[in-house]
Write a protein of this length. Structure first.
Length: 151
């Protein structure tokens, strides 16, 4: 992916780190033609500039025991939007919460154990003051997912 605030070398570094965040600076340098010290300095600068926010791992939820990946569009009353988002952030099942354009609503992703867990979770969502409606979609397949890119 091309970013207008990065040179070609930084883009290569990000691309490689996105695929393998555990790669050593020495190996990364060999792949892009820089010394270990030069790579370390570039990575440090990417962190300092806030381009790299943090290093993390990617967990496979199915293998870890979460059987359902659900997306919710939660329509709210305008003045409840932030309060509902804050409540969702406190829920361990929720992985992502986004305020969307158009009518006041949140686009939310959750990982749930099974159908009973999902049914209970949806009922609890509907009980939140200010929630007008909850639309639910079950993830069937992942064709492309950029775990390393914050949207």
């Amino acid at each position: 992916m091309k970013f207008k605030n990065l040179d070609e070398t930084d883009e290569k570094i990000l691309d490689i780190l996105s695929s393998d965040g555990r790669i050593s600076h020495a190996e990364l340098g060999r792949l892009i033609g820089l010394t270990r010290a030069a790579v370390r300095e570039r990575v440090h600068q990417l962190v300092e500039r806030g381009i790299i926010e943090h290093f993390t791992i990617v967990v496979n939820p199915l293998k870890a025991g979460k059987q359902l990946s659900l997306f919710f569009n939660i329509e709210t009353k305008w003045h409840y939007l932030d309060a509902i988002a804050e409540r969702l952030l406190a829920s361990e099942e929720i992985t992502n919460v986004y305020a969307m354009s158009g009518k006041p609503h949140l686009h939310v992703h959750a990982l749930l154990d099974d159908q009973d867990h999902a049914a209970h979770f949806i009922e609890q969502l509907k009980k939140n003051e200010g929630v007008i409606s909850v639309e639910t979609e079950l993830l069937l397949a992942r064709y492309k997912e950029r775990d390393s890119l914050l949207i």
